[in-house]
Design a binder for this molecule. Structure first.
Ligand code: GRG
Length: 310
């Protein structure tokens, strides 16, 4: 027991994330070659390779490895979820949605390449994501997953991003923005579980499916990921609020100035922190049935999301 605990304590989470991000970046680089017509591939590469913490692919790979798969087996799914994440950011930044000119400190895709190319780069990444999961033969790290598992993974990806997943979250968020009144707790949770948690859930589920996990294992990893997805947003809201009051409206007063509903605004800072602790505890509980040494990456990922300073 003590040695298992110390194994967990000694786990080098930063090193783990760095090495997974490097492997994912190499695979993504190979996934979008600069072929004709170059401009669309340039735009896709610009957004896909322009930074990002690679949380979703790391989650996919960690889930795959936890149930007995390896990195090569999980890599197509890991690339696919990052492609989806990237395309959702490209479309979210468009003038018809959030109308943002900056993302990760750089011009957004449409600011750099124009609106039409940005829409198409998003579409092409969406398509490439499915190609990646389905068409493993085209993949440089080719490892064969059972076709039935690949079909399940494809269905999982489709379900989480469609009209009952990511898109639903975005639509409800858009409807609530500009209402001029705060939305209720249920509405707020709907937005976050769909906009953010759904893709994290799919990342973990796809990794666990392709890695050959049992239904019970897949289910626990799914709950874990859904929990850290909501946790991510609650902590985001808390950080925004504390930053806003500390920096007195320099850059961070942004959310206070708008009518965007946040957890601290709805339930207060203390209750929001308690809610975050509860979500963290429940997420970690899902890892209890696994070998603690093997579950270390996911345990630390949950802690990182909970205790990050931005
Ligand atoms: C999926 C078909 C389809 C369409 C997209 C526009 C849209 C529909 C959805 C918007 C989704 C959106 C913007 C969600 C926010 C997700 C989020 C928490 C982003 C920040 O994630 P990080 O911190 O970002 O992982 P990095 O930069 O590290 O990658």
């Amino acid at each position: 027991e003590a040695s298992a605990l110390s194994t967990v304590a000694e786990f080098d989470f930063k090193g783990y994330m760095r090495s997974k991000a490097a492997a994912v970046n190499r695979a993504l680089d190979l996934a979008v070659p600069m072929v004709f017509p170059e401009r669309i591939h340039e735009a896709m590469r610009y957004s896909l390779l322009g930074g990002g913490k690679r949380v979703r692919p790391a989650l996919c790979l960690a889930a795959c490895e936890l149930v007995g798969g390896d990195e090569a087996l999980g890599m197509p799914g890991a690339c696919a979820v990052e492609m989806i994440h990237t395309m959702s950011l490209i479309h979210d930044d468009l003038p018809c949605m959030d109308n943002d000119d900056l993302r990760r400190g750089q011009p957004t895709c449409h600011a750099a390449y124009g609106e039409a190319i940005a829409v198409l780069a998003g579409d092409a990444l969406l398509s490439l994501a499915f190609q990646h999961v389905a068409d493993t033969g085209n993949y440089p790290y080719h490892r064969v997953a059972h076709p039935a598992l690949v079909v399940r993974a494809v269905a999982e990806l489709a379900r989480c991003i469609g009209g009952e997943g990511l898109v639903a979250g975005q639509v409800v968020d858009m409807e609530c923005t500009g209402l001029g009144e705060p939305v209720g707790l249920q509405r707020l949770e709907f937005i976050h579980t769909h906009k953010t948690a759904a893709l994290l859930e799919a990342s973990a589920a796809i990794g666990a499916i392709i890695g050959g996990g049992s239904d019970g294992e897949i289910d626990r990893l799914r709950r874990y990921a859904r929990g850290i997805g909501l946790l991510f947003q609650v902590v985001d809201d808390i950080l925004d609020m504390t930053k806003s009051s500390e920096e007195l409206g320099k850059t961070a007063g942004k959310d206070l100035a708008t009518d965007k509903t946040t957890y601290p605004k709805l339930m207060g800072l203390e209750k929001s922190r308690e809610f975050a602790e509860e979500l963290l505890r429940e997420a970690k509980l899902q890892l209890d049935g696994f070998d603690p040494a093997k579950a270390a990456p996911l345990l630390h990922l949950a802690n990182y999301i909970a205790y990050r300073q931005k």
